[in-house]
Design a protein around this ligand. Structure first.
Ligand SMILES: Cc1ncc(COP(=O)(O)O)c(C=O)c1O
Length: 399
């Protein structure tokens, strides 16, 4: 028996694989600090939980419209208007079972063999795999720490061909935390305006997690000429600490939203009715709790950046948003561990840190940019201090 060619083209998610490894080590009673998972350590706000409980009591436990209840679509429309100055009708909104599902629907509904998708690297692990699953070809644009992990308009221009179906823009970024300003997006948008056959996937999942007063911008807002061919994707997972509830959503052209709904109608059907009710409360409710959480994340970012930059051979840029840092460590490649192992790749570095320092991170190779590590700092300052201390010691022990 054989699995399909489409399945064979993809890899299991490296970030989820590391999360499972950490669960397993912890189950064995090993003191490992997990900095691999991309989820806030905060709990879902109580008012959101209450809305879910109320939905269950009120019998909202049945199938809903395939791509979202009217109540949730209205809450999303209000959110896009309030936060992004974007106007959508209900037939321009798709609600899915998590942000990853939004991506899956959008790409599987539109990509044919031979189509290219331009992806800035480092990238979120799922973009290339979903493109490959759909039969397309990822085309990468590399931007390292010295470029602030942000691509330039000339690079974008050079990457677009007649075969380009989508360009992905993710700001703030997973895995680097880098965010594009309105001016930077406008400059990229001017390139995109010259290529009317290209769709734009704006992944705004970390919109609310920005530091030092950095102002969020999204491309359809900054370049209204691109509104007609941009899918502005978002979700409740990160901002509202609702990763387990599985609700993602997007606003875009009606034809694309309809196509995504058609695919969803034959795969998952509607997202959980209870999670949708909870998401209505999240989006319509008091957003003030976010400020406190973002302030906590900012303190953790500063702690981690400062401790990692104390390591000889490691360079950790200070990101504008999200809850990840992406230190580069080219100078540590080729060094030898106390047990005599030569660290030849970032994957081996991650293995060394897990085995010897008992700290779990994810290797840069998983995000298409090496040698580097992604560290998620969505955990307490005490644990972060301990983890970074262990990484410092492990790196100092390399010869
Ligand atoms: C950039 C980005 N987009 C989308 C998602 C999807 O989030 P979820 O499927 O958990 O809603 C993630 C999750 O890690 C992400 O980092």
């Amino acid at each position: 028996m054989q699995t399909s060619a489409a399945l064979n083209r993809i890899q299991p998610s490296a970030t989820l694989a590391m999360t499972s490894r950490v669960f397993e080590l912890k189950r064995q009673g090993i003191d490992v600090i997990g900095l691999g998972a991309g989820e806030p350590d905060f709990d879902t706000p109580d008012f959101v939980k209450e809305a879910a409980i109320e939905a269950i009591r009120a019998g909202k436990t049945k199938y809903t419209n395939v791509d979202g209840t009217p109540e949730l679509k209205q809450a999303i429309i209000a959110k896009y208007g309030r936060d992004n100055g974007l106007a959508y009708a209900e037939n321009q909104i798709s609600v899915n079972s998590g942000g990853k599902h939004t991506l899956f629907n959008a790409f599987c509904a539109t990509i044919d063999p031979g189509d290219e998708v331009v992806i800035p690297a480092p990238y979120w692990v799922s973009y290339p795999d979903v493109v490959e699953f759909a039969g397309g070809t990822p085309v990468f644009i590399a931007a390292g720490a010295s470029e602030g992990y942000k691509i330039k308009p000339a690079q974008l221009e050079a990457a677009i061909t007649a075969k380009t179906k989508w360009v992905v823009l993710n700001s703030p970024s997973n895995p680097t935390g880098a965010a594009y300003s309105a001016a930077e997006l406008k400059a990229l948008g001017e390139v995109l305006e010259r290529h009317p056959h290209v769709l734009i996937y704006a992944d705004d999942m970390y919109e609310h997690i920005l530091y030092d007063g950095f102002e969020f911008a999204t491309i359809a807002q900054v370049c209204p000429a691109l509104y007609e061919r941009t899918l502005t994707a978002n979700g409740v997972s990160k901002a509202y600490a609702m990763t387990g509830w599985r609700i993602g959503y997007a606003g875009g052209p009606a034809w694309l939203i309809k196509a995504m709904g058609k695919l969803q109608s034959q795969s998952t059907s509607n997202p959980s009715s209870i999670s949708q009710a909870a998401s209505v409360a999240a989006l319509n409710g008091d957003q003030s709790f976010l400020k406190e959480r973002v302030a906590a994340f900012q303190g953790r970012r500063d702690l981690v950046v400062s401790m990692l930059n104390q390591i000889n051979g490691m360079h950790c840029p200070r990101p504008e948003g999200a809850f990840y840092v992406y230190p580069e460590f080219g100078q540590l490649i080729g060094k030898t561990t106390p047990k005599g192992q030569v660290i030849a790749t970032d994957e081996e570095m991650v293995g060394y840190l897990l085995d010897e320092a008992r700290v779990a991170a994810v290797h840069g190779g998983a995000f298409g940019f090496s040698p580097a590590l992604r560290i998620s700092y969505a955990t307490s300052e005490a644990l972060l201090t301990e983890a970074c201390g262990r990484i410092q010691e492990a790196c100092a022990a390399l010869r």
